[in-house]
Design a protein around this ligand. Structure first.
Ligand SMILES: [Zn+2]
Length: 89
């Protein structure tokens, strides 16, 4: 039997990416900010509501997608990810 409190706690553990993660602007695993042009090693690791979710190549990508190189799909350019994030699309 679940109390409302335990349901709340269970929901908190449900996978829910932040706005930055959903926009492909931060790693879905470690939260590294991918707006930094030097962070060009991010790979597509999953999809969420039609958007690409990105993770750092290597350990993060492996945790997110099961492959250290992510999905076989190129990420959108950073400028395009930023534009969509700003426009709320
Ligand atoms: Zn990461």
């Amino acid at each position: 039997m679940y109390s409302p409190d335990s349901i709340f706690r269970r929901n908190r553990h449900r996978y829910e990416p932040t706005a930055d993660m959903a926009a492909g602007l931060s790693c879905v695993i470690c939260g590294t900010d991918l707006r930094d042009p030097r962070r060009s090693d991010a790979v597509v690791s999953a999809h969420h509501e039609g958007r690409q979710l990105l993770a750092c190549r290597g350990r993060c990508a492996h945790l997110a997608s099961g492959s250290s190189t992510g999905l076989d799909e190129p990420p959108l350019p950073l400028a395009e990810r930023l534009r969509r994030h700003r426009s709320g699309a």
